[in-house]
Ligand binder design. Structure first.
Ligand code: LRH
Ligand code: MN
Length: 423
């Protein structure tokens, strides 16, 4: 039986239960008339570097059937999109995923209904044929020729992106220092901005540059683009096409990420997200698996802030996942992340903003919490499933993925030893 008909059969079996659940929430909650359409338009890009098993310095436990080529990675993202109809883009990492034939890759992606989101440069590793090392940084490096090598790499990444129809580049710099005294912070900052200006100058007119900050790792004393303030101050020096990218795992413990998001958005310098979750460091875990309330609070600020600026929820920010899978099937993990993000967005669309603002202006603290937590405790999964169903997707993607034994089929086709490039 082909995939389409097994999906049809699966949905038919679950339709009754789904409609009861949908009826229940429709009777229980005031659903904005455009909510389902907004969920259907909301597409989340899948990272090309998170389709295999990740690992840590202590070990890597492959699950088998991993995509060994860019073509197989596109097929896997295409499969995710076929199931949830919400993963309509792939974000490539260069040089892990250099397209051998850009037009062929572009066509293959289009056949799977996929576009190319931000391309990612990599100056945090030394490639085999690389002349100069990034051991002591890239755009911050004390040696001008190392900075030039890193600038040229980013410009090359932009070229690959242009060939694929991407409209943005994400620059994450591992640059920093591991010990007190090692680095002149001001020089490192100035050299990084000077280098970014050369990359910015190479941006096509309709492109964006996302500068991703991170508190620590792989440097463990300072990171030159270490927090939202450093990234924000740098992108302001670059120009209107430069924005800050928020990776949820890149903050120090207890950082108020939803507040950071609201300010960057208000300032017009929020470019997009790398969604994941974490309990301790940059754990790159499933979105919504540790702190689902924080994910909801972030989307609550996003909907409020984007509506205040008349922004288009689906297209005005970069919605991307950045995860690494140590113990879960990568595709199941990604399906769970997309679901958690859609749920947080749907809940944020249900918040009665007029009532919330009135309670805030009245300093009715209890009422403010009641308004948010009533929504957070509302089960919106039937709404997310309805949006999927209307796009021809699966009622419950993870359950279907398992019942169809898709990983088993991938292992039969690809074997158990294939390794996907990436983290
Ligand atoms: C750094 C990071 C960055 C990517 C890498 C794969 O921690 O979040 O976004 O380049 O992971
Ligand atoms: Mn990231």
């Amino acid at each position: 039986m082909n995939l389409d008909s097994s999906i049809q059969n699966y949905n038919n079996e679950g339709l009754g239960t789904h409609q009861r659940r949908l009826e229940f929430i429709k009777n229980d909650v005031q659903i904005p008339s455009d909510l389902i359409q907004k969920l259907k338009d909301f597409q989340i890009a899948i990272p090309s570097w998170a389709l295999g098993t990740g690992g840590t310095r202590f070990g890597r436990f492959s699950g088998g059937g991993e995509p060994g080529t860019l073509e197989e990675k596109i097929a896997d993202v295409g499969l995710l999109h076929r199931l949830n109809k919400s993963s309509g883009a792939i974000s490539l990492h260069i040089p892990w995923d250099i397209p051998s034939d850009a037009n062929a890759i572009k066509k293959l992606a289009a056949d799977h209904g996929l576009a190319f989101d931000a391309v990612n440069s990599n100056t945090f590793q030394d490639q085999a044929n690389q002349a100069l090392s990034y051991k002591f940084g890239s755009l911050q490096h004390t040696d001008k020729s190392v900075r030039k090598q890193a600038i040229d790499h980013n410009i090359e990444v932009i070229k690959h992106g242009v060939d694929l129809g991407s409209k943005s580049i994400t620059v994450w710099l591992s640059d920093g220092s591991c010990f007190p005294g090692q680095l002149n912070f001001r020089r490192a900052y100035e050299r990084t901005v000077e280098s970014l200006k050369e990359i910015y100058a190479a941006l096509p007119s309709d492109w964006k540059l996302f500068l991703e900050y991170k508190a620590y790792e792989p440097n463990f004393y300072s990171t030159t683009v270490g927090d939202w303030g450093q990234s924000y101050s740098m992108v302001n020096k670059l120009g209107d096409k430069a924005f800050t990218l928020v990776d949820l795992g890149h903050h120090l413990p207890n950082a108020n990420i939803e507040q950071i998001v609201s300010i960057l958005l208000m300032e017009g310098k929020l470019g997009g997200f790398h969604f994941n979750d974490s309990k301790y460091g940059d754990d790159d875990l499933t979105a919504g698996s540790m702190k689902p309330y924080q994910l909801f609070l972030i989307f609550n600020e996003l909907v409020d802030g984007m509506d205040a600026k008349g922004m288009n929820h689906a297209s005005d920010l970069g919605w991307m996942i950045d995860a690494s899978h140590n113990v879960k099937d990568p595709l199941e993990d990604l399906l769970q992340s997309v679901e958690a993000i859609q749920i947080a967005y749907a809940q944020a669309l249900l918040v009665d903003r007029k009532a919330l603002e009135a309670a805030r202006e009245a300093n009715d603290v209890v009422r403010c919490q009641e308004i948010l937590q009533n929504v957070f405790r509302t089960d919106v999964r039937a709404l997310v499933a309805q949006a999927r169903l209307e796009l021809g997707g699966v009622l419950n993607p993870v359950e279907f993925y398992r019942s169809a034994e898709i990983r088993k089929q991938l292992i039969q086709h690809r074997g158990s030893k294939t390794v996907a490039t990436g983290l």
